[in-house]
Ligand binder design. Structure first.
Ligand code: SF4
Length: 83
């Protein structure tokens, strides 16, 4: 049975290998569009405090938050944006 983890990022899940393609995508993002590491981590910290995070996914937009946060132009999709 798959474990449900509230407020976990995908990288914190026991089956992190399952998400390897996502991390390769993030690693290979063009530096011109990629969020700097400090901003990226601040965004993820906000997600970890958010009730909409479930199994690494945002329940507002359906994105994996690590992927959404990695692109600088993206923002939190909540009505009251958290980043
Ligand atoms: S609503 Fe915003 S802060 Fe909450 S999980 Fe989604 S992207 Fe992260």
């Amino acid at each position: 049975m798959k474990r449900i983890c509230r407020r976990c990022l995908a990288r914190e899940m026991p089956d992190a290998e399952y998400y390897r393609n996502m991390y390769e995508y993030i690693d290979n993002l063009d530096e011109d569009i990629k969020a700097p590491a400090g901003i990226y981590e601040k965004r993820l910290e906000a997600c970890k405090q958010c009730d909409s995070l479930l199994n690494g996914m945002c329940r507002v937009c359906g994105c994996f938050v690590e992927m959404r946060a990695a692109v600088m132009k993206n923002g939190c999709p909540a009505v009251s944006r958290k980043w």
